[in-house]
Design a binder for this molecule. Structure first.
Ligand code: HAM
Length: 440
């Protein structure tokens, strides 16, 4: 029979790698709690219109990358509906905000999520068709302070803290203001005007963007177009007074809490809902990501709730590419030559099949006392028990006929090459202690 393989662009995450995923998520959750965030879990699929309207029809995500299907009605009471696997989570969070009337609480909503997203991109290192995001959104009615520049700076400061606590080295925060919903059309008009005489000299991709989405030319990496792109008008010159002041305040608050940043006037991001502050955190070349060096991205979306038919509810958020974060941490650990060690507290080795039942009873008792352990099998020869135990655990407990009768067990400590005899009542505490005892 032919073997069935995983689908292109998807991944299996196996132990011990999943230990790192869990520890990253634990750190993220603990930081989110300290900053007053609560967890939200939205469905993995949504009405296609949510993304078409929220993320934008013209974006790469919506026009090329979504997994969309026509969901047939199964009963007369149902209607057929176009559904899409979520390519990102912000639109889903804002939909839930509207649907559950969270605006009526009058309070700022601070929500985080951890979960898979789906985009039909060309797979490569750091870019997958199912990938994970750790993200957070802060939104609320204008009177809750959701529009304040303080929220932007606080979110960015939280991200710097999170990356530092995770041990990510060399991260770089780039940010920009892309202005309000009224600044942008003025800028895009100026951009089109400046592009008209030069667009034929751009590469094919950028020539197409000049027609469909000229903002995207700004974050083009095509080396042959860079000199021309540098001559294009800058969005900073098209911001109204309010947006300029808002951005200044964000930068001043970042200075006050010593979060380093670089203003990048070409950072526009690939989703249509952004207004004002937009940002990305990148890691240096050689951090394990290849060309996909954006670890996370985000920004303000002051008009998204209204685009989705909701009340005015300005907001700001980000999403970390968890796959990329893990690749970065793994590459750093490799450079530092720290290999993750994953060993259990103990291995229980029954000596003969007749001891299996007693060994299982002992294992149950020790596990409920909080000891992590693996249970061997009485059919193993002693040598096989030793070898397996040494691979899996720090210590081995021998369960032979004599031990069961006398209630005195032998613990073998692999690292120290020692062994000791311990009465049944003291086993759990002996196995919890990290090193071998001084006397045996
Ligand atoms: P995004 O920039 O599309 O923004 O994605 C955020 C992060 O997800 C990226 O920086 C990257 O690390 C990761 N990512 C994106 N696509 C892939 C992929 N195919 N494979 C692996 N990782 C990927 C958003 O999704 C916005 N919803 C962020 C946001 C939240 N803005 C406001 N609130």
């Amino acid at each position: 029979m032919a073997v069935i393989f995983r689908v292109r662009g998807t991944r299996d995450l196996l132990p011990p790698e999943t230990d790192l995923w869990n520890s990253v998520e634990r750190t993220a959750r603990s930081v989110f709690v300290r900053y007053g965030f609560g967890e939200i879990r939205t469905p993995i699929f949504e009405d296609t219109q949510l993304f078409a309207r929220g993320v934008g029809e013209e974006t790469d995500i919506v026009s090329k990358e979504m997994y969309t299907w026509e969901d047939r009605a199964r009963a007369e009471s149902e209607r057929a509906q176009s559904l899409t696997l979520r390519p990102e989570n912000t639109a889903g969070v804002v939909r839930a905000y509207i649907e559950h009337k969270l605006n009526d609480t009058g309070m700022l909503q601070k929500l985080f999520y951890i979960g898979p997203q789906f985009r039909r991109e060309r797979p490569q290192r750091g870019r997958y068709r199912q990938f994970w995001q750790i993200g957070a959104e802060v939104l609320g009615p204008a009177w809750s302070g959701a529009e304040s520049s303080l929220r932007d700076a606080e979110l960015l400061e939280m991200l710097a803290t999170l990356l530092n606590e995770l041990g990510v080295r060399g991260w770089r925060l780039e940010l920009n203001s892309i202005g309000s919903a009224t600044d942008r059309p003025r800028y895009i008009a100026a951009l089109r005007e400046a592009l008209a005489p030069i667009k034929d000299r751009l590469c094919e991709d950028n020539r197409r963007r000049a027609e469909t989405n000229p903002l995207r030319i700004l974050d083009s990496k095509a080396p042959e177009d860079q000199a021309l792109i540098e001559t294009l008008p800058k969005i900073a010159d098209f911001l109204d007074e309010e947006s300029t002041e808002h951005f200044k305040q964000v930068l001043a608050a970042l200075d006050a809490c010593q979060v380093p940043y670089h203003v990048n006037s070409r950072l526009v991001r690939g989703l249509d809902y952004y207004t004002r502050t937009t940002f990305e955190f990148t890691v240096p070349d050689g951090s394990g990501l290849g060309t996909q060096n954006a670890l996370l991205g985000g920004g303000r979306y002051d008009g998204l709730s209204e685009i989705l038919g909701g009340p005015k509810a300005p907001g700001i958020g980000f999403a970390i590419g968890e796959d990329r974060l893990i690749l970065t941490l793994q590459a750093q650990a490799e450079k530092d030559q720290v290999l993750p060690e994953r060993k259990l507290d103990a291995f229980i080795a029954p000596m003969g099949i007749a001891q299996n039942a007693a060994a299982l009873a002992l294992a149950k008792e020790l596990r409920s006392a909080g000891i992590s352990l693996e249970l061997g099998d009485g059919m193993f020869r002693l040598r096989k028990s030793f070898e397996t135990a040494d691979k899996l655990a720090h210590r081995m407990v021998i369960v032979g006929e004599d031990e069961v009768k006398s209630g005195i067990f032998t613990i073998k400590y692999f690292a120290a090459g020692e062994q000791s005899k311990v009465p049944h009542a003291d086993l759990a505490s002996a196995l919890k202690a990290s090193a071998a005892p001084a006397t045996s």
